[in-house]
Write a protein that binds this ligand. Structure first.
Ligand SMILES: Cc1cc2nc3c(=O)[nH]c(=O)nc-3n(C[C@H](O)[C@H](O)[C@H](O)COP(=O)(O)OP(=O)(O)OC[C@H]3O[C@@H](n4cnc5c(N)ncnc54)[C@H](O)[C@@H]3O)c2cc1C
Length: 465
């Protein structure tokens, strides 16, 4: 069966070819570059690439792939390296293709609600450029300040606003993709719907760089909401906080965001971010978007009364934009605060049907206790996506192993109740073992699809499959 094997090492001749094709400034074997491209945000083992390259056009990407394919050299693709599953870690060495120099906004088509971008553009930067057009690309990952659109496409990333607006896959109309044999293909059509054969765009989105390298993306955009209303609700029991989420959804209300933080996380944020949160067992941050202030207020007031009925002990309604900003700053301080508390947190990412939400949250704490690891739960619970953070003690490897085991058991549990091993962070090297459990016999079909696009398995080998 085809798979990752039989690769060549990068030779002086290969470096010469890369330098002549890309220019010497876009090719490096410096230790600094190899080390900083050897890991993403998943705290696994680093793997050094043999060379790092920074292509500046789709044609350069395609030529490097064609060359590497002929020479059987592995190629790994990297955006900003914020992934939490090790999906750009060059486990077989080879060429690391860093996409950060392809970072332009190529075109905005306001009437069509579209933007054409290069893959290395950073999410928040793109939205800042779109703001004067009254448009935005909604998913809003927690890493929005640094992650790239290419990485989001490859991971089918989502985030804080997915509960209302959906995930990256819902916004990719067409792609320009370089294949391992050096062909540059355009996939999809720049229309809101089409019915013309297999949907290769949807196949590529979420493929973690294993099928082709994305060199251009046409995104569908949304109009910026004219009105917003944000509030925070605090609860003195986890059960009340989680049940309130389901109660809001059951009421038929559609928040743009409904984020959950438990006391462990609230305490860490208060300690490390400078934003002090009140002491309660958990909190929800809820935001509504709409066309008019009156419409948004109507929905928000209905949500507030549901949340009160579910036992919220305190509500905080920010009065100014700065106060709203402060609440979201607190949420975005989550991961930096966690990494201040422990150098190698294991950040879980499972999703379950909403009816199992409370069960999976309880299971997280149960596993934390079983394995003696400090455990915090947070996440985009409004759509069933739970991020359990396992916080091993300092640099203690035994505690780290126990945290990994707790995370594994939570993933197994999520799959057993009809959920998924990952909602948005992807599989990478971290969760490869769960692909069979999640997909059964369909996994073999995926391996064949991989071989069809990449017969020599040179692209991101060892990742996902
Ligand atoms: C603090 C923090 C918060 C986070 N919050 C969220 C969140 O809310 N939601 C979420 O979804 N994720 C989140 N993440 C995970 C991560 O940021 C996202 O998955 C993001 O989309 C990764 O983008 P990146 O540019 O860093 O990609 P990388 O980590 O560099 O790469 C990710 C994958 O994309 C592939 N890739 C990159 N560019 C291309 C390309 N041009 N063509 C083909 N493949 C490519 C890589 O090979 C790899 O498989 C978070 C991470 C951190 C550290």
């Amino acid at each position: 069966m085809a798979g990752p094997s039989g690769y060549s090492k990068v030779t002086q001749g290969d470096l010469g070819w890369l330098r002549s094709r890309l220019g010497p400034e876009d090719v490096s074997t410096e230790e600094y570059d190899l080390v900083t491209n050897s890991l993403d945000a998943f705290p696994g083992e680093p793997h050094l690439p043999e060379v790092v390259v920074w292509p500046e056009s789709g044609e350069e990407v395609a030529d490097v792939l064609r060359y590497a394919n002929e020479r059987r050299i592995p190629v790994y693709v990297r955006g900003a390296g914020t992934g939490l599953a090790g999906a750009c870690v060059p486990v077989y060495g080879g060429i690391l293709m860093n996409m950060m120099k392809m970072d332009r906004l190529l075109e905005v088509r306001p009437v069509d609600f579209q933007a054409v971008v290069e893959p290395g553009i950073v999410y928040d930067h793109l939205n800042r450029l779109l703001e004067p057009h009254g448009l935005f690309f909604p998913p809003d990952p927690g890493s929005s300040r640094s992650c790239t659109i290419g990485g989001m496409v490859a991971n089918n990333a989502s985030g804080l606003r997915a509960v209302k607006y959906g995930v990256t896959r819902d916004y990719v109309l067409s792609l320009r993709v370089a294949l391992p044999d050096g062909r540059l293909l355009r996939l999809g059509a720049n229309v809101f719907k089409s019915s013309v054969g297999y949907d290769l765009v949807r196949l590529l989105v979420g493929s973690e760089g294993t099928l082709g390298v994305v060199t251009e993306v046409t995104l569908r955009l949304r109009r910026l909401p004219r009105a917003r209303y944000t509030f925070a609700a605090y609860f003195d029991s986890i059960e009340a906080g989680v049940s309130a989420i389901n109660a809001v959804r059951q009421e038929g209300l559609e928040p743009a965001a409904m984020e959950f933080l438990d006391r462990v996380h609230m305490d860490l944020i208060s300690r490390w971010s400078g934003i002090v949160l009140p002491t309660h067992e958990c909190m929800l941050i809820v935001e509504f978007h709409g066309y008019s202030r009156a419409g948004v207020m109507e929905e928000a007031e209905a949500a507030v009364s549901v949340i009160r009925e579910m036992g919220a002990s305190r509500l905080e309604v920010p009065r100014t934009d700065e106060e709203v900003q402060r609440i979201w700053e607190a949420r975005k301080a989550l991961y930096p605060s966690v990494t201040r508390a422990t150098p190698s947190p294991i950040t879980g990412d499972v999703i379950v049907p909403l009816s199992k939400l409370l069960d999976v949250v309880r299971k997280s704490y149960e596993l934390g206790e079983k394995y003696g690891v400090r455990t915090g739960v947070a996440g985009h619970l409004g759509d069933g996506n739970v991020h359990t953070n396992w916080l091993p003690e300092g640099r203690d490897t035994d505690s780290w192993r126990r945290a990994m085991q707790a995370n594994r058991e939570l993933v197994e549990y999520a799959i057993s109740v009809g959920g998924a091993a990952s909602a948005e962070h992807g599989i990478g090297i971290e969760k490869k073992d769960f692909m069979a459990l999640q997909h059964g016999e369909a996994l073999e079909l995926m391996r064949r699809i991989k071989s069809l696009f990449d017969p020599n398995w040179i692209l991101n080998p060892g990742i996902m499959l």
